[in-house]
Design a protein around this ligand. Structure first.
Ligand SMILES: Cc1cc2nc3c(=O)[nH]c(=O)nc-3n(C[C@H](O)[C@H](O)[C@H](O)COP(=O)(O)OP(=O)(O)OC[C@H]3O[C@@H](n4cnc5c(N)ncnc54)[C@H](O)[C@@H]3O)c2cc1C
Length: 269
């Protein structure tokens, strides 16, 4: 499969990338790891005439910490998240989620910014960010804004990224030692989740149970009210709207959401 012809432009700074986005508008797409965009281009589901490569923008990579948050540059690769001592200590749920993305090739090219901007509801990092109560920094011609994970995913493969905006960084609360649980149900190792569940500090997020990564709010409320993991997990599928495909119908996904939520809550590690 061969994509439609396109021009390739390499940005050398964040402001350069934003300038190129403003110049080329709808015709352009940001290229990060290319592991979601290029397959879409090969299938002709996306046909940008310009690709703006942010892979060489030094300031968009790397992981730093403030007193209470980790700040992760958009082009930080899944493999770097998974192996970072800082992330493994202060946000181990995120490091674990990154370690389960695809295979080593995918993890060495794919980026956290690309995964979040792509917004596949079955993906690992969007669910992890929602569970952690993190946020994203979006930067455009008129400055930067911070958007909570709960508000960033607005529809099926659709986010709050505005025209001309770049996802520049991801923030997650530092929670060393706080118990967490992460469950991903797959047919084969390295697949996307048929359903996923992630839990930490009273928050529960689900993957592939609707058009966006969802909070299992009824289960969260039950937990807050003193319910046991088993009692709370029985409510995990309430308010969800899972799709159907060759892997699972709706009833099976709802069942998985309950089972995986219970496991995530029981296996808080
Ligand atoms: C075989 C295979 C298996 C996979 N398995 C999994 C899995 O198990 N779990 C999982 O979660 N994912 C999986 N993935 C997806 C993988 O994680 C991708 O790396 C990720 O979804 C996209 O990241 P990327 O850096 O490659 O983004 P790209 O493909 O470069 O970009 C994806 C989209 O985001 C936009 N974009 C990228 N960066 C930015 C930015 N900074 N600001 C604004 N827009 C941006 C692009 O324009 C494009 O629309 C798999 C992919 C493949 C090919």
């Amino acid at each position: 499969m061969i994509p439609a012809p396109f021009d390739y432009l390499a940005a050398d700074s964040t402001s350069h990338a934003i300038g190129l986005l403003a110049e080329h508008g709808d015709e352009a797409k940001v290229l990060a790891g290319g592991h979601s965009l290029l397959p879409m281009m090969k299938l002709r589901l996306a046909q940008p005439s310009v690709l703006i490569d942010i892979g060489r923008v030094f300031e968009l990579g790397g992981i730093t910490a403030t007193a209470d948050e980790l700040i992760i540059g958009a082009t930080t690769r899944h493999a770097d998240l998974a192996s970072s001592e800082l992330v493994r200590t202060d946000a181990p749920l995120l490091a674990h989620a990154a370690s389960l993305v695809g295979d080593p090739q995918i993890r060495h090219r794919g980026t956290i910014g690309g995964s979040l901007a792509h917004a596949d509801p079955a993906a690992d990092l969007p669910m992890a960010l929602v569970a952690l109560g993190g946020s994203v920094q979006l930067t455009g011609p008129s400055g930067s804004r911070q958007v909570a994970a709960d508000d960033f995913f607005v529809g099926f493969f659709e986010t709050a990224l505005g025209e001309g905006e770049l996802l520049t960084a991801v923030r997650v609360p530092r929670r060393p030692g706080v118990p967490w649980g992460y469950q991903k149900f797959v047919r084969r190792a390295n697949d996307w989740a048929i359903v996923g569940a992630a839990a930490i500090a009273g928050r529960i997020a689900l993957a592939n149970m609707g058009p966006v990564p969802l909070r299992a709010r009824a289960a969260e409320e039950a937990l807050a009210g003193g319910a046991s993991p088993a009692e709370a997990a029985r409510l995990a599928a309430d308010g969800t709207s899972p799709g159907e495909d060759i892997h699972a119908d709706r009833a099976y996904r709802e069942h998985l959401a309950r089972v995986l939520t219970e496991r995530a809550l029981r296996h808080l590690s």
